[in-house]
Design a protein around this ligand. Structure first.
Ligand code: SAM
Length: 194
């Protein structure tokens, strides 16, 4: 099912479809322009299921873009998604304590079309991954798309790999997908299944 997709985010979306169910609670840890949030909403909500998406970004601009995309795509989306202008390292402060979080999705780097200086950073990415590791339920997934072309990108990739390598082998299966014939822009996708 992976080979119809050229974009890393489409590959990630295909994997989400095999894990996320209607009615689930999920987190978009870097909502940006809202494409991942919209995909997640479509996975968790239908006429008979009240799934929920928490969407986080440190930029107000990104939240505005996400909410206008959702508004034009889905009726009364507000019932099923909440947007937070916070760092993803603080996700546990906004997610309700008793929620069963099936997926935490990261799409690292900068906001396409936005300020390229505002990027995800290794230190807070690591804290956010630790939070995701604590809250994802058994059977759930942490999904991370990593870009390496911008300053700090390679360091962040190393942070993600080091984090993955020390995850508990009894509880987590940690995989990395990478397009090997795109040496300059491999855009690895990390998938950590609990
Ligand atoms: N998922 C988005 C989409 O579908 O359009 C694209 C995300 S973009 C590659 C990365 C986003 O991460 C940017 O919007 C940026 O503002 C956000 N970001 C950077 N640092 C962050 C942090 N510490 N916490 C949450 N979001 C952050």
């Amino acid at each position: 099912f992976l080979f119809g997709n050229r974009k890393a985010t489409d590959v990630a979306h295909m994997v989400w479809k095999h894990v996320v169910q209607k009615g689930d609670t999920v987190i978009d840890a870097t909502c940006g322009n809202g494409f991942d949030t919209l995909e997640l909403l479509n996975l968790v909500v239908d006429d008979s299921h009240n799934g929920y998406v928490y969407a986080l970004d440190i930029q107000k601009d990104a939240l505005a873009k996400t909410s206008s995309l959702l508004e034009e795509s889905i009726n009364s989306y507000q019932k099923h998604v909440e947007l937070f202008n916070i760092c993803h390292s603080k996700m546990e402060e906004v997610v309700q304590r008793n929620s069963s979080v099936r997926l935490v999705a990261f799409n690292l780097g900068y906001l396409p079309g936005g300020d390229k200086e505002i990027i995800t950073r290794s230190e807070t990415t690591l804290q956010a991954l630790e939070a995701a590791e604590r809250i994802v339920i058994p059977g759930g997934l942490i999904s991370i798309v990593v870009y390496v072309g911008h300053p700090g990108g390679r360091e962040e990739l190393e942070t993600v790999e080091t984090f993955a390598a020390r995850m508990c082998v009894e509880n987590w299966i940690c995989c990395k997908l990478q397009m090997l014939n795109r040496a300059g822009a491999p855009i690895p996708i990390f998938l950590f299944r609990r």
